[in-house]
Design a protein around this ligand. Structure first.
Ligand code: DAT
Ligand code: MG
Length: 137
């Protein structure tokens, strides 16, 4: 069993489709071990996405991620990181496979509905960014 970290991003929470996305997560067999709705400050978003700070889209990304609430989730499944990235689909919804969350719900490469960790190591860092040990069942 392994864990990954997911976020339902502001564009999806604003459109009130977080329930549809959580249903897909559960239908795919993930066990949600922690979940909360929070609004990131700009500084929080800059810290979370620090790895992208030299990228040309960093300002746009961090302003978007802090403009309204997100839902943060830690979830468990065998090979969770890869399984969640497969269910999310490609970063750019134009390249996402049919049946993926980004294909169905993303608006653009920036406002792409969901986040997912890219490695077990980053999953652990991202889960602990949002949840302390007693917030994880
Ligand atoms: P992913 O979220 O699929 O892991 P990433 O880590 O490369 O993608 O980038 C993080 C987020 O930054 C991504 O979900 C949306 C935004 N982003 C990436 N590339 C972008 C681009 N070319 N223009 C605008 N936003 C971009
Ligand atoms: Mg990434």
């Amino acid at each position: 069993m392994s864990r990954t970290f997911a976020m339902i991003k502001p564009d999806a929470v604003e459109r009130a489709i977080s329930g549809k996305i959580i249903a897909k997560i559960e239908e795919a067999g993930f066990n949600i071990v922690a979940m909360k709705k929070v609004q990131l400050s700009l500084a929080d978003a800059q810290a979370f996405y620090a790895v992208h700070k030299e990228r040309p889209f960093f300002g746009e990304l961090t302003e978007f991620m802090s403009r309204s609430p997100i839902i943060a989730l830690a979830m468990e499944k065998p090979d969770a990181v890869a399984a969640w990235r497969k269910l999310m689909g490609a970063t750019n919804p134009a390249e996402a496979e049919p049946g993926t969350i980004r294909k169905e719900f993303a608006l653009s490469i920036g406002e792409n509905a969901v986040h997912g960790s890219d490695s077990d190591e980053n999953a652990a860092i991202e889960i602990s960014f949002f949840f302390n040990h007693f917030e994880q069942v």
